[in-house]
Design a protein around this ligand. Structure first.
Ligand code: KE4
Length: 429
């Protein structure tokens, strides 16, 4: 593997773009080295600027669930672009995508499109506060809901505490309204609710966490939160930016069999173009401007070009519901293969998997929350990441990310991935 051109492009990018990237996780800070610049992609393969072909396990961090440059999506976008890309006026295609999403996702009557998962989650929290008249929210350490101020909060000292800003620029004023809980610890959530009775507008959670690596909810955890929220008149927000249209046709609500009050989407719903969305039952969504008092807006929200990609993507998924099972089977196959290689070499590891989300952690301890995810051996992870990259396998460049399989991956690709691990695993001991 040579990365000469990627390295040169990265140097030039750093002259004009902070850190040389438009999103920090792409910069390889967690694993070292310089990021790979992609020239193009098709199906399960990335083709980088140095002519290397890489088997892709991030799928643009989720959106490319059917593989890159999926023909029906490409044709829809190409055709639509010829008619104009954005008008700042309503178009029929927005209603077409809204109707399909409402059909596919349980417990929602209406949906509002925005331009990213961050916007979706940020708007969902404002809506929850506006609808309930309460100001505090509970989020979970290690869960990521985008870079809005209310979410960039780390736990202070102690197990149950008010958050403190985890980024300069986030004010104490904002932080005081974000309470932090531990994922998979229901008692912790109940304690927080008790200590802030009557003040909590919503709990926002990744129903299957993907930003600490993949962390499945323990049995009864999400159900328990659902019950607590219902008993205490707190809205439950499922951040389904990752899980939506990936874990099942109806996302995590269908997969887990639990109803949330407000849903956030991103990634897959845009088919690779910038689309986020938030949705709920009518009495909540009708609080939104222009009919309701809760303001939310966006110049490019629902633009027909992005809608055409999202509509093509969701139509493909809706017409081929077997894809969810196919993806789950491929992920289970990969899980088994990786586990066998690492077991045989007695390399301490945990593999977390839920549907087509999976992650590998180099630690003896089960990874069930942010703290146990942090305990993973990052030096081993770095060797794992770069070893696999040299073998032509592109994994997420951080131990705190989930892999996202795409259905263009063949079993030969999965075998090649497992064989690559077999080659580099002795270096991980
Ligand atoms: P965006 O604003 O990046 O579209 O979505 C924010 C977001 C919200 N909720 C969840 C559960 C998410 O995973 C994300 C974004 N995911 C990261 C990957 N961990 C995006 C990659 C990046 O930041 O470049």
């Amino acid at each position: 593997m040579i990365y000469k051109r990627s390295s040169a492009l990265f140097q030039e990018a750093k002259r004009y773009i902070p850190g040389g990237v438009n999103s920090p996780v792409r910069a390889f800070k967690a694993v070292g080295g310089t990021p790979i610049f992609v020239k193009e992609a098709k199906g399960a393969y990335l083709f980088d600027e140095d002519g290397n072909r890489l088997i892709d396990y991030i799928a643009s961090w989720g959106p490319m669930i059917l593989g890159h440059a999926h023909d029906p999506v490409v044709s829809a976008v190409t055709e639509r672009a010829r008619k104009g890309t954005s008008f700042g006026m309503p178009t029929e295609i927005e209603t077409d995508l809204a109707k399909l999403a409402v059909e596919m996702v349980p417990n929602i009557d209406k949906i509002r499109f925005v331009n990213s998962g961050t916007e979706a989650c940020m708007s969902a929290v404002r809506l929850a506060r506006g609808y309930s008249g309460k100001e505090k929210i509970i989020k979970f350490a290690g869960c990521y809901h985008g870079h809005a101020d209310a979410f960039l909060i780390q736990a202070g000292s102690g197990a149950v505490t008010f958050g403190s800003p985890s980024s300069p620029g986030v004010t104490q004023g904002t932080a005081k309204d974000t309470l932090l809980a531990r994922y998979n610890d229901l008692e912790n959530v109940a304690d927080l609710m008790k200590a802030n009775a009557g003040e909590i507008a919503a709990v926002i959670i990744e129903p299957v966490a993907g930003n600490m690596g993949c962390i499945p909810p323990k049995p009864e955890f999400i159900e328990g939160i659902r019950e607590l929220c219902s008993q205490q008149n707190i809205l439950l927000i499922f951040d389904e930016v990752m899980t939506g249209f990936r874990l099942a046709r109806g996302g995590a609500q269908e997969y887990l069999g639990i109803a949330a009050d407000i849903l956030c989407f991103g990634k897959v719903i845009g088919g690779g173009l910038p689309v986020g969305a938030f949705a709920a039952r009518e009495e909540i969504m009708d609080q939104l401007a222009p009919d309701g008092p809760v303001y939310q807006a966006g110049t490019l929200s629902g633009n027909p070009l992005a809608m055409s990609a999202g509509l093509a993507m969701l139509t493909e998924l809706d017409n081929n519901p077997k894809i969810f099972d196919s993806l789950e089977k491929k992920t289970a196959y990969l899980h088994k293969g990786i586990s066998e290689v690492l077991e045989n070499l007695e390399i301490p590891h945990q593999i977390n998997r839920e549907g087509s989300m999976i992650s590998v952690h180099f630690t003896e301890t089960p990874v069930v929350d942010f703290q146990t995810a942090m305990a993973g051996n990052n030096e081993t992870f770095k060797r794992y990441f770069h070893g696999m990259l040299r073998q032509g396998i592109y994994l997420p460049p951080s131990a705190f990310e989930s892999y996202f399989l795409n259905d263009a991956l063949s079993y030969e690709d999965l075998d090649a991935t497992i064989a690559a691990l077999g080659k580099i695993a002795p270096d991980l001991k």
